[in-house]
Design a protein around this ligand. Sequence first.
Ligand code: TYD
Length: 137
Amino acid sequence: MIKTIKFKTIYSDEVGNLTFLEIFKDIAFPIKRMYYVYNVPKGVRRGNHAHKELTQILIALNGTIRINLDNGVEKELVILSDPDVGIIVEPGVWHTMEFITDQALLCVLAADYYDESDYIRSYNEFLSYMDKGYWKK
Ligand code: TYD
């Protein structure tokens, strides 16, 4: 379930690091939206939803963020703490993001525009979408 992307990075002890990603080379979809979540008090858990169609890439640009993923059958956990690593969250995955450290900065690259009707915010509703085979390809 967890798909990690390691972004290309130029590392330097002297002048610091530079990480970059290019559409269709490093990321499979054109980014239509980017948003970031910050000033989140340590220990707060956000998310608690799944998307019907939307694919997103999550990157912890600063600090440590624990991501819990649940596809209705199995649960997985990933700790994001390197700005050169992203994880892909596909449709049909219930996810939470727990801000472990102060000043953690979560950057999200989204394949589509904001659309509240794409959200499933009730876990029971998520399970019933699963049961109906909504995400079976
Ligand atoms: P939400 O995706 O629920 O954030 P989180 O999972 O981190 O708690 O979004 C929080 C609020 O912001 C919600 O009212 C929807 C709104 N929002 C937008 O208006 N545009 C956006 O691009 C995003 C991601 C959220």
